[in-house]
Design a protein around this ligand. Structure first.
Ligand code: FAD
Length: 469
């Protein structure tokens, strides 16, 4: 057994952990970052955000060429998609970014240790290296950033052949003829879009009567309509009773919540994407009495410190929005608190993006949340049909909606449905962060012709005088 000392030990090298490790090193700490995977990057880089976006991009280009290029006067013969080349491209992107983190670790003199960590005491981490060697690492501060894993569906075994998790569904070797997706959240919709564009029959089963129930209802309805036009089928308010696979196919028995009628669905594969749960197995939280919530998330105070002084937690493992950029903000804040600074994470200004076609991006409150909270608000809406750049690009699907306080005019929420929504939301995040009013945005000059002019027009529409509608 060997021993080592660090000022900070970060457990988990996902976007929360690796970013925290870099910031801590910048603040002068001697840092170790541990991960079970032999490469840093966590769920996000290895099996989540990046591989899914690489495949979404490749398949989007393919579908654009197949379905839309002729409208721009671009004609060609024999277009085809080569799945193995698409997968190679995805791997290349992942490897490149993962190597980038290894470079940043070296640059910041962070020691990356590949192995499984558990809490030995409040100032010691036990590490079983991938080689089998045991180490005890001593430290005054531990940051838990162990992320999350897919929530299983009771009684269903994921074999990654016929019954898939998101990881398996992002690595298929051939395009399945049909896929049933259990769970209409953003991961299911993104993965469904990838395979639909390549010709797979997609049916999404969702327990709620809406897809992505946390999303603004109007945006959700628009996205569902658009996906239906692309050939995605939805069974909402539907419960899954059983999923059984054989060598030929998978039989899924579902039941409508409205009339309790059972239906048998057959498909080549099934994707289980019913959410994610905190990854706390084997960490030894019980040994130190670290408190968790009822759903198993690690409880922290507003400095990200657990009930055990010196042990902190951030990212998916503490719950809230399970998003990479939220984990990064928390990681930076946690180590800045450790260094005596007074940072702040504004949870109201964390954007969320669904990278479907069109994308849906939002920040702040939805109409439903404002109504529930009895906050009076005005709505300003602008359709991309009336935006000149969207027209020039033949990309007019969607709208931009601003919700502003009825009396103060402060922007409370922005919801965008458009192919560039994920990029456009940044200006709305800035507006919320600086507590801008709709009039502030309406008076800012936006370059012409750009899709960002839609934000200005929606802000003008809050004032009742949009120019182009
Ligand atoms: C298919 C998919 C697509 C996604 N797309 C997006 C997206 O577009 N945008 C977005 O913002 N988010 C997206 N997410 C969510 C995003 O990946 C997570 O929110 C993010 O990775 C959380 O970061 P984290 O640092 O908290 O944990 P993780 O990234 O999960 O990293 C935790 C790391 O800890 C390691 N670990 C766990 N326990 C131990 C232990 N005991 N010892 C050593 N190591 C351990 C794990 O191996 C893992 O590498 C997606 C997720 C999936 C699955």
């Amino acid at each position: 057994m060997s021993y080592k000392y660090f000022d900070l030990i970060v457990i988990g090298a996902g976007p929360g952990g690796y970013v925290a490790a870099i910031r801590a090193a910048q603040l002068g700490m001697k840092v170790a970052c541990i991960d079970k995977r032999d490469m840093p990057g966590g769920t996000c880089l290895n099996i989540g955000c990046i591989p899914s976006k690489a495949l979404l991009h490749s398949t989007h280009k393919f579908a654009e060429a197949r379905d839309n290029f002729y409208q721009q006067g671009i004609l060609f013969d024999h277009l085809r998609a080569d799945l193995s080349l698409m997968m190679q491209q995805k791997e290349k992107v992942v490897q490149g970014l993962v190597q980038g983190i290894s470079y940043l670790f070296k640059k910041n003199k962070i020691e990356f240790l590949n192995g499984e960590a558990s809490l030995h005491s409040s100032h010691e981490v036990q590490l079983t290296l991938a080689t089998g060697e045991l180490m005890i690492l001593e430290t005054p501060k531990i940051l838990i950033a162990t992320g999350s894993i897919p929530t299983p569906l009771s009684g269903v075994v994921i074999d990654e052949q016929r019954i898939l998790s998101s990881t398996g569904a992002l690595s298929l070797k051939s395009v399945p003829q049909s896929m049933i997706i259990i769970g209409g959240g953003y991961i299911g919709l993104e993965i469904g879009s990838i395979w639909r564009r390549l010709g797979c029959e997609i049916t999404v089963i969702e327990y709620s009567d809406r897809i992505v129930p946390s999303m603004d209802q109007e945006a959700g309805t628009a996205l569902k309509k658009s996906l239906e036009k692309q050939g995605v089928h939805f069974k909402l308010a539907t419960q899954v009773k059983s999923v059984e696979s054989s060598t030929e196919n998978v039989r899924t028995i579902v039941s409508s919540i409205l009339d309790s009628k059972d239906e048998v669905l057959e498909s080549e594969v099934v994707l289980i994407s019913v959410g994610r749960k905190p990854f706390i197995q084997g960490l030894g939280l019980e040994r130190l009495g670290i408190k968790t919530t009822e759903r198993g998330f690690i409880s922290v105070n507003n400095h990200f410190e657990t009930n055990i002084p010196g042990i902190y937690a951030i990212g998916d493992v503490i719950g809230g929005s399970m998003l990479a950029h939220k984990a990064e903000e928390e990681g930076i804040s946690a180590v800045e608190f450790m260094a005596g600074q007074r940072p702040q994470v504004n949870y109201n200004a964390i954007p969320a993006v669904i990278y479907t076609s069109p994308e849906v991006a939002s920040v702040g409150k939805t109409e439903q949340e404002l109504k529930e909270a009895k906050i009076p608000f005005k709505v300003g809406k602008f359709p991309f049909q009336a935006n000149s750049r969207a027209r020039a690009n033949n990309d007019t699907e969607g709208f931009l909606k601003i919700l502003a306080h009825e009396k103060t005019d402060e922007i409370l929420g922005v919801h965008i449905v458009h192919s560039e929504a994920g990029t456009m939301i940044a200006e709305a995040v800035l507006a919320l962060e600086y507590k801008a009013s709709a009039e502030d945005i309406a008076r800012i000059c936006h370059a012409h012709p750009t899709t960002s002019e839609a934000l200005k027009e929606a802000a003008l529409s809050v004032q009742g005088h949009a120019i182009h509608i």
